[in-house]
Structure formats: C-alpha cells, structure tokens
Design a protein around this ligand. Structure first.
Ligand SMILES: Cc1cc2nc3c(=O)[nH]c(=O)nc-3n(C[C@H](O)[C@H](O)[C@H](O)COP(=O)(O)OP(=O)(O)OC[C@H]3O[C@@H](n4cnc5c(N)ncnc54)[C@H](O)[C@@H]3O)c2cc1C
Length: 467
C-alpha cells in the first residue's frame, strides 16, 4: 500500500445538499467516493489525486429508481445489484442489466455504482455502451442547480468529461421507448467473469414489418455502441447508417462488418492488440446482425444447419451441387445465408465470377451423358446425376450410340465434357442439343456450357434444401 490511511480525511455528509455544499468549497479539494471500488484501487496503487474523501455512498437522494411516464430515472448511487433486482429496469433495459451482471463479482456488484462507472470513465467500462444506445441523459447537480446533458457528449476523450469539480451525477435518465427493440450485448475478455473487456458491445434495432410483397423485413434505428476500441465508448454511426432502412442480406452484412472495423480506433495494450480488437468488432457486429435476422426471418432448417458447420464441412456439402472447389469454398465463405431467395443469387454470382479452369473442374465432375462416372465426387452427386440423366440412360441402343459418338466428337472439338441440364429432357432432345452445339464456336459454347452448369447447380441446390 503506497498511501498511509492516517493521512486521509474522510467525511460522511448526511444529505446530498450537505455533500454539494462541501464540494462547492473549491479550495477544499474533496473527492467523492461512492462504492469505492475504483477509488480504493487507486488508493492501493498510490495514484489518488486527493487525500480528502467525501462519501456519497448510500445517500437516499442518489440511491433510488424513479419510474416516470416517459423515462426511468436511475439514481447515480444505485448499485449493480439494485439494477439487476429491479423489475422494470430488467424488462425495459436488458442491455444495462446484462452489463451489470458481468461487472466484476457479486461483492463488486453489491458495492459498485453506476455513477461511479460513468465518472471513473474507463474506455472499457461495461455499462457505458448500454447508456449510449439507450440515449441516456445525465442529471448533473451542484449548489448552482441542476443541468441535464446527453450522455453521448459527456465523455469527451480519454478520462475527460463534461463535469465540474463541484458537480455530482445525480441521475441517469433512460427514455422508455426501447422495450420492443431487439437487443444484443457481449463482453469479450480473457475470461467470461471478472475480466476487463477487450471489446464490449451493446446493440439495439427495430424491425419494420415487411410489406406483403417484400421478401423480408427491413431494419430501422440500428444502434451499436462499443467499449475498449477508442479513448471513450463510441457509437458506430457510420455503420448504423449503412444498415438503417435496409434488408440484412449477405452483402449488407459484409459491408457493415467492413464499416465497423474502419470506424473504430483500437489500441494495442496489455489486454489485446489493435488488430485482434478490430477483428472481434467485425465478428460481433456480424453476430448481432445475424441474430437480428434469425429472430425476424423464417430460416430454412437445412441452411441453419449448414450455416453452423465449419468451413471445410460446409464446402464439402456444396461440392455435391457443383464440382468446382473454388465455387464451393466461396459459397461456404458467403455464409450466413438464410433462405432460397439469397442462396440462388449468391450461387449464380459466385459461379459467373470464377475462372475458366474452375468451370472446367465443375464440368469434369459430371458423367458423360448416358454413362456413369467413376470419379463422381460424392454419393449424393452420383445419385443426383443418375436421376437427372435417367432418360438418356434408359434410351434405346441406337440413341445411346449416337449420344456416345456425339460426346466423343464434342470432347475432341472442345476438349471437355458436354454439359447439358438434362433434367426433364428426353434422350432425343439431348442428342439434338448436342448436335446443335457442336456447330457453335468455342466462346459461345463455353458460355452455353457455363449456363447449363448454372441451371444444374440450381436444381441441385433446390433438392438439397428439401432433402
Ligand atoms: C474487482 C473489481 C472488478 C471490477 N470489474 C469491473 C467490470 O467488470 N466492469 C466494469 O465496468 N468495471 C469494473 N470494475 C470497476 C468498478 O467496480 C466500477 O467502475 C464501479 O461502477 C465504480 O463505482 P463505485 O461506486 O465503486 O465508484 P467509486 O470508486 O466510488 O468512484 C469512482 C469515481 O467516480 C466518482 N464518482 C462516483 N460517484 C459519483 C457521482 N455520483 N458523481 C460524481 N462522481 C462520482 C468518484 O469520485 C471516482 O472518481 C471493477 C472493480 C474491481 C475492484
């Protein structure tokens, strides 16, 4: 211990008014102490800025929670336990209560106050992101009177704030308009409990019900706040703007991840590196948006299972639908995908943007029309091929011979397997298509083959979704 307690003065004023009178004596240099869970750490470290401690612990004017029609006023002297046990606060402000539940251990929650958390102004403080997304306002009080400020402008930099030396935080006011919002919070630390966060997030969003003709709902009033990624907790306003009024399709999720990672100013310190923090922010923002979607979009059970697989397993499942490994990998990396309306455009777009060598790989994975394929990639792929080509396989001998001849000629002319979306076509139709395409030039035929593979992939994806 670097300080001698005997050098300290400790005053316990009987009321808020008396405490404010003492603070107004500018020469006296009193330092308020509420639960003392930060002040005593500074005391032990020998870094306290004053040797005159003014207790505001348990002052009834500060330790109360008032329910008004438009807002809840939480006294700054309320402890984390007070918040966790309060029925209305728990119901209407779950993000604050979740933050309270992971602030230190039970002893700390019985003693630490929300006012202390605000004024201690750690960039890693757990309750502050929740205050940001709930649009909290602070009531500051001194003998000069009261003033009310928006919390989002209160912390102006690292441990900097809009609070005079004679002022106390009296109450935190939370508007009662968020109880129907979807909420999400996480604290990423070395351990789940009793650890300072490497990154903390609190997020809210409202879902607008979709008009009849819209594929899915859009999100409004998205609010995302983070701790431990800047000198003070911040809102991700640019990321929020890219989301408001939009569908949460995969492209929008990817954009939001990028924006969030670009919007923060993390540092490297003893708890983590800046790069790690940025990656975690990207993951947390994505997880919030995925959960938001899941909560509001009917999700195909097959896709839900696939979304949860590791990349290698997800890729291998896709290979049965199209034999290009690059296509399958990119599909796996495009997850989460929630429904057919997203799956098909993603599959098409990835297919179109592959190299010719990737297309060839997919073509090679098919048996020639009318033949079985010794190297079929999976049992499922072989089964689907057999079904798609059943009419060619059961054609009479003359037709099968003509198809085999045509296949050989095609391979000689274009150097690859003839691809046609055979499902629903008779052997005679397939032969006629083959003969027509043999007359095409190379570029036209390559485009045609790629289009046929796209159609085959789509049919197989549809089967996969309903299996
Ligand atoms: C073991 C341990 C674990 C912890 N874990 C976490 C954690 O997981 N997450 C987290 O966010 N924090 C954590 N903390 C930090 C601490 O518990 C919180 O910041 C707590 O909310 C501080 O409240 P307090 O009442 O104890 O503040 P105090 O220590 O009494 O005061 C802190 C600062 O706030 C000022 N102050 C207090 N109340 C007011 C007021 N009403 N008006 C003006 N100024 C005021 C004081 O002057 C002082 O500068 C931990 C601390 C410990 C010791």
């Amino acid at each position: 211990m670097k300080f001698d307690p005997a050098e300290f003065e400790f005053a316990v004023p009987p009321s808020l008014r008396a405490a404010l009178e003492m603070l107004s004596q500018s020469h006296a240099g009193w330092l308020p102490i509420a639960g003392g869970t930060d002040v005593m750490v500074q005391f032990a470290a020998g870094t306290l800025g004053s040797r005159k401690l003014l207790s505001i612990w348990n002052l009834p004017e500060l330790r109360r929670i008032d329910l008004l029609p438009g807002e809840v006023q939480i006294g700054a002297g309320s402890t984390y336990t007070d918040l966790r046990e309060h029925e209305t606060v728990s119901r209407e402000f779950p993000l604050l209560v979740r933050a309270a539940s992971w602030t230190g251990g039970i002893a700390n929650q019985n003693r630490g106050t929300i006012g202390g958390n605000i004024v201690n102004a750690s960039p890693a403080a757990d309750s502050l992101p929740a205050l940001l997304v709930y649009d909290a306002e602070l009531v500051l009080v001194s003998v000069r009177g009261e003033r009310r400020v928006a919390y989002h402008g209160f912390h102006t930099g690292y441990k900097q704030m809009d609070l005079g030396p004679d002022e106390l935080v009296r109450a935190i006011c939370l508007p009662r308009r968020f109880s129907t919002y979807f909420s999400y919070a996480r604290k990423v630390g070395t351990r789940n409990a009793q650890a300072i966060s490497k990154v903390g997030i609190a997020a809210l969003a409202r879902i607008e019900k979709a008009p009849e003709d819209a594929a899915e709902p859009i999100v409004e009033d998205v609010r995302i706040a983070l701790a431990s990624v800047a000198p003070a907790p911040i809102r991700l306003t640019m990321t929020e703007q890219t989301l408001n009024g939009r569908h949460l399709d995969p492209a929008r999720l990817a954009l939001a991840r990028q924006k969030a990672m670009a919007e923060i100013q993390p540092i490297s310190d003893i708890r983590s590196t800046a790069d790690y923090r940025a990656a975690v922010v990207g993951n947390l923002v994505t997880e919030f948006l995925v959960k938001l979607r899941e909560a509001n979009t009917p999700q195909s059970p097959v896709l839900a299972r696939w979304n949860a697989l590791g990349v290698a397993d997800a890729e291998s499942e896709m290979l049965a639908c199209c034999g290009s490994r690059n296509w399958a990998r990119r599909m796996a990396n495009r997850r989460p995908i929630f429904n057919q309306a997203e799956l098909f455009p993603a599959a098409d777009e990835i297919w179109r943007n592959l190299l010719e060598s990737d297309w060839d790989e997919a073509f090679r994975s098919h048996p020639r029309i009318g033949e079985s394929h010794p190297k079929a990639l999976s049992g499922r792929s072989a089964k689907w091929s057999a079904g798609e080509q059943s009419s060619a396989a059961s054609a009479d001998d003359a037709l099968r011979l003509a198809l085999a001849d045509g296949n050989r000629e095609y391979a000689k002319r274009f150097g690859r397997t003839f691809i046609v979306c055979a499902a629903g076509k008779s052997a005679a139709e397939i032969l006629e298509i083959l003969q027509r395409r043999l007359r095409s030039d190379e570029a036209t035929e390559l485009r045609e083959a790629a289009e046929q593979q796209r159609q085959i992939t789509r049919i197989r994806l549809r089967k996969w979704l309903t299996e």
